[in-house]
Design a protein around this ligand. Sequence first.
Ligand code: ZN
Length: 114
Amino acid sequence: MSIINNGHTIQVNLHNQDNKLTIEGKTYLLQQFHFHLPSEHEVDGKHAEMELHLVHKSEDGSLTTPPCTEGVQWTVLENPVTWSGEQIGKFAAIFPHDNRPVQPLGSREIGSDE
Ligand SMILES: [Zn+2]
């Protein structure tokens, strides 16, 4: 892996094919992960202090980030990861605000496994 400051966030690029997930029978490989402060998603109308994005790519070339060559499915985990105030403070010292604004829902659907 390599860790970079891309000017927008801290991003970790993975250089192996070892991290996969399967959704509805389709396999996606973890390409990179990065952070946002505060979160880009809201749960019950509230931002989390930070958000970790795991960016996966399917074997046929689609990405879950723009230009999004297929419908994007965001999965927001119900149980948050805990970061210390010190960790959040260190990130905020570099990127005090690096999230995109929440967009209108439009025709998108929100589901839950509850
Ligand atoms: Zn992101």
